[in-house]
Design a protein around this ligand. Structure first.
Ligand code: MN
Length: 761
């Protein structure tokens, strides 16, 4: 449980309870806001629990001032508006911040949204608080203005606004956290935008300030909004795994405690569940699932001092086998954001991999509260801001970044300069209009396109990076300006993109779009099969009539029927019988197929018919497409599809002799066309026959020619027809007809080759 959501008593208990019972093991973060509105005395009690010297009168005056100022204003949820600044203040009590910060949180929306003025706040609460509230007002105005403006400029202004006093950032983050917790009441369109901004800017900023709990909650709340499906899936599995391991978690905690105690160490030991978003990003990055306890739980051992930490490490390492390569000592070498801890993984109780973080109470506070922990750490001296400046690496980083900011002439230069240290696991790119798109590292243009808009992703056909044409699979670099070229002709993305995309958003969208496209394709296929049969049987097709027949077919919609026929689950003749009970299936003997074929080979498909033509994307297409086994078709060939109900479509080149076998089954013939994504070349099988002069090294020469021209040889079958000549049947993989022709031409040019021909089985 996050500190800022605890009652004062729980907080006290958690802080004091070194070596008391391990705290609650299930760390679950409610996504719903607290139901009851906090009262004046609740807030004062919270502050007093960590700051006995608090100026109660000041807190009370701020409470009353803000409540009066906001008056009858309400939030989107219908709650009184005042509940918002109050909750923001409450979040900051969880970070144990000083009175000025709590008071400024209570007042943070007054200048912007009420009659209150800076002068009045200065007068009533003093200059320090007035300056904090004004900083927040500036930020809020910035947000309102900047929606259209360049986001790099926003980020710059955001950081500059924080420069005066980092407490402005802490209040801003708490403000955003509360808004995220209550986001369900906001209209869906702005909900997405706010969640995206949170994930792009505020969550990384919280992380960079060392405030991991805040970061995690912001990420999770955003994730929940941006990809509810993925969130639900991860959450469900997390819950199931946690349930299955419930006893084990308690067992591990008590065994760890017991062993430490035996060695004279008093420690607080607790398991902490990882959050759906962090698990999801890990799954995306490594494309692995989560199965083990160590995937979902980390255990913390919190001790009195640094010496105890190393002793505890010794105890752990001598009690359980260590997993090699997992040990990290961030106590002797702290991270840039002040994080300190020892990390190790052992094969612990129950033969489970157990991830351990060993740290002192102070380190634990910094790990959770980051920069905020410095602001009010009890041993510090001087004003909170002073302490922040002196004690915190995160603050030093912030000052450094702001320094660069004020030196660089334009925001893009700033991005370039800092290499976006803030977002070291992200790349920042721009649309041609200057919109900032933040993506995880390794993301490519496909991810970018989907980040801009799902429609842009689905219809992307090419791109320019910094004005130059580039493949859609190009990995993006910080500061790239990316123009996505789209085509209305592309209704769905190639399914192969799913494997190329890095972000979950892009992958989910691609999966959705290809699924819908495949269904459409099956429906189109079904429609063609039905049309053919009806035309042949000289009966009339009408949607209305089919609608009436739906119950007899046990289908719920016309589309359902078409898809079923396309998939071969339902016969076209059954559809005919359902619509026309006296329909009798006739077998037609012979059909002018040869003639039709010849005509087809000469005339290009009529444009008006193109819609009913099934696009063939290759073997990886989600349609059950196969290529004729003995010398299939390659892109560039004129092709025909032959439907085998229940199996799918086999693609033959139009010259294939095998087509003869289907001449008396015209309903199985299908118009198909190539639909190849040129940015992602795929190979297709082709078979050639080479007659070559039988001399030493001739086979090597032939293989070399093929290899030099980027042909893959799959198989070679050799037979000798005469003493002088060998006949080679070679199965190749080529990109298209042009590629195949080039290889054939190169082979013909060889002296050892007497004759080459393509084989169509
Ligand atoms: Mn606010």
């Amino acid at each position: 449980m996050a500190y800022w959501r605890r009652t004062p008593r729980q907080m006290q208990a958690a802080t004091d309870a070194v070596a008391v019972a391990p705290e609650s093991t299930v760390v679950q973060k409610p996504l719903k806001p607290r139901a009851r509105m906090m009262r004046q005395y609740d807030l004062v009690e919270r502050v007093r629990s960590y700051n006995p010297d608090t100026n109660e009168d000041l807190l009370n005056r701020a409470y009353v001032y803000a409540m009066k100022a906001h008056g009858t204003q309400t939030r989107a949820s219908g709650d009184p508006y005042f509940s918002h600044p109050l909750e923001v203040a409450a979040i900051l009590t969880g970070l144990k911040l000083d009175d000025a910060t709590i008071v400024a949180a209570l007042l943070h929306d007054t200048i912007e949204d009420t009659e209150a003025t800076r002068a009045e706040i200065d007068q009533v609460f003093g200059h320090e608080i007035g300056a904090l509230v004004e900083g927040l007002t500036k930020l809020k105005r910035l947000e309102l203005v900047s929606r259209e403006a360049k986001q790099a400029e926003n980020l710059r202004k955001l950081l500059l606004a924080i420069a005066d006093d980092v407490r402005v950032l802490l209040i801003k983050l708490a403000d955003r956290l509360h808004n995220m917790r209550t986001l369900e009441f906001v209209p869906p369109a702005s909900r997405r935008r706010i969640a995206e901004e949170t994930l792009d800017i505020y969550a990384p900023l919280a992380g960079r300030m060392g405030m991991q709990e805040m970061r995690e909650e912001l990420e999770d709340l955003s994730f929940h909004v941006l990809d509810p499906e993925a969130y639900a899936v991860v959450k469900h599995r997390l819950d199931a795994l946690a349930e299955r391991n419930r006893n084990l978690i308690g067992e591990i905690e008590s065994q760890l405690s017991k062993n430490l105690q035996k060695n004279g160490l008093s420690a607080r030991v607790y398991g902490r569940r990882k959050q759906p978003f962090s698990i999801w990003t890990k799954m995306e990055r490594k494309s692995v699932g989560f199965e083990q306890l160590s995937d979902i739980y980390g255990f913390r051992i919190v001790l009195a001092d640094v010496e105890a930490c190393y002793r505890a490490l010794g105890v752990v390492h001598t009690t359980w086998p260590v997993v090699p390569g997992r040990f990290k000592d961030y106590i002797s070498t702290p991270k840039q954001n002040d994080y300190r801890s020892i990390h190790t993984t052992v094969i612990g109780p129950g033969k489970q991999r157990v991830e351990l973080q060993i740290r002192t109470e102070e380190m634990n506070q910094i790990a959770e509260f980051g920069i905020a922990a410095h602001a009010f750490y009890k041993d510090g001296t001087g004003s909170p801001t002073e302490r922040l400046k002196h004690e915190s690496n995160a603050f030093a980083w912030l000052r450094h970044t702001i320094g660069i900011l004020s030196e660089s002439a334009n925001p893009e230069e700033f991005l370039e300069h800092t290499k976006l240290e803030l977002f070291h696991d992200q790349v920042f790119c721009f649309t041609p209009k200057g919109k900032l798109i933040a993506l995880p590292r390794n993301a490519n243009v496909i991810d970018f396109a989907y980040a801009v808009h799902t429609d842009v992703g689905n219809s992307a056909v090419g791109c320019k990076i910094n004005g130059k044409f580039a493949p859609l699979s190009s990995e993006l670099q910080n500061g790239d300006e990316v123009e996505v070229l789209t085509s209305k002709a592309q209704s769905a993305p190639p399914s192969a993109w799913e494997a190329l995309a890095v972000t979950g958003k892009a992958r989910a969208a691609i999966r959705r779009a290809t699924r819908a496209a495949v269904r459409d394709q099956y429906a189109g296929l079904g429609r063609r099969i039905i049309d053919r049969l009806f035309a042949r049987a000289k009966i009339e097709y009408a949607d209305d009539k089919l609608k009436g027949a739906l119950p007899r077919l046990a289908r719920t919609s016309i589309e359902d029927v078409l898809v079923s026929v396309g998939r071969g689950e339902l016969k076209a003749s059954d559809v005919a019988r359902a619509m026309y009970p006296d329909y009798k299936e006739e077998r037609l003997v012979r059909y002018g197929t040869k003639k039709a074929l010849a005509a087809k080979a000469q005339t290009p498909p009529h444009p008006a018919r193109a819609a009913s033509v099934i696009p063939v994307r290759g073997i990886n297409s989600e349609l059950p497409v196969k290529f004729a086994p003995n010398g299939g078709a390659v892109p560039g060939d004129r092709i025909v599809g032959i439907v085998t109900p229940g199996e799918g479509i086999t693609i033959y080149p139009i010259q294939s002799p095998a087509l003869k076998d289907f001449e008396d089954e015209p309903e199985r013939w299908l118009d198909v066309r190539w639909d190849i994504d040129e940015t992602m070349p795929q190979r297709f099988p082709a078979r050639i026959l080479v007659h070559n002069v039988n001399e030493p090294g001739s086979l090597a020469q032939i293989a070399t020619v093929i290899a030099e021209h980027d042909g893959n040889i799959d198989n070679i079958h050799m037979s000798r027809r005469s003493p002088d000549f060998t006949e080679l049947t070679i199965d190749l993989e080529v990109y298209d007809l042009k590629h195949l022709s080039a290889i054939l031409a190169q082979l013909r040019a060889k002296a050892v080759v007497a004759r080459v021909e393509r084989v169509n089985g």
